[in-house]
Design a protein around this ligand. Structure first.
Ligand code: SAM
Length: 199
């Protein structure tokens, strides 16, 4: 059976693997390797006779993928973008963002847990456009030597003061007219209020 992959109609750097159930995929920056055991597919390019490898991006494991599948309007990232990623964990979503922005882009990935940070650092050894930063995102001045002005911040820290953390980082690092994407865990901000009020 022929494998067909098409560019996502709104988000450059994101692709759709066509099939019985379409799947979101990103172009693997390190062909031949999975990051967290995710499925890979190879596609032949008729013109160049080369193969391109893609990695399946599961929306049940990544909130950014879920947002894309759910029809979010903008993600403010594309090939070549610089992304400041807060709450990188072990780097599963970060690895797809690294594929998305490609070799001309960069992902500055901040995570304060040393345990998750170890996996993140290992992932970044091969994905050289990922700069792992093991720091507390509440103190953005601590990584000012590593992070330039960026196009977008993606924030997924699941903390009660997550909006403030995003603001502190945006003040220091987002370019004029840059963007942000935040994943809000309502129960973490205030579990006594209905989520729609927290949002
Ligand atoms: N974005 C990840 C993904 O899609 O693979 C999942 C992130 S998880 C929901 C939240 C992460 O934020 C945890 O790994 C946690 O250690 C980290 N975190 C929470 N507060 C933080 C802070 N102040 N600074 C840096 N990282 C933080």
């Amino acid at each position: 059976m022929k494998t067909i992959v098409e560019p996502h109609e709104r988000f450059p750097g994101v692709y759709i693997l066509k099939g019985k159930d379409d799947a979101l995929v990103t172009k693997n920056l390190v062909p031949g390797e999975s990051v967290y055991n995710e499925k890979r597919v190879s596609v032949d390019n008729k013109e160049t006779a080369e193969k391109t490898e893609y990695r399946v991006w599961n929306p049940f494991r990544s909130k950014l993928a879920a947002a894309i599948v759910g029809g979010v309007e903008e993600i403010y990232m594309k090939p070549g973008s610089k992304v400041l990623y807060l709450g990188a964990a072990s780097g599963t979503t970060v690895s797809h963002v690294a594929d998305l922005v490609g070799p001309e882009g960069a992902v500055y990935a901040v995570e304060f847990s040393k345990r998750s940070g170890r996996d993140l650092v290992n992932m970044a050894k091969k994905r050289t456009n990922v700069i792992p930063i093991i720091e507390d995102a509440r103190h953005p001045q601590k990584y000012r030597m590593l992070v330039p002005m960026v196009d977008v911040i993606f924030a997924d820290v699941a903390q009660p003061d997550q909006a403030r953390i995003l603001g502190l980082n945006a003040d220091m690092y987002v370019k004029n007219r840059g963007g942000f994407v935040i994943s809000i865990k309502a129960s973490c901000v205030d579990s006594t209020k209905p989520p729609e009020m927290v949002f």
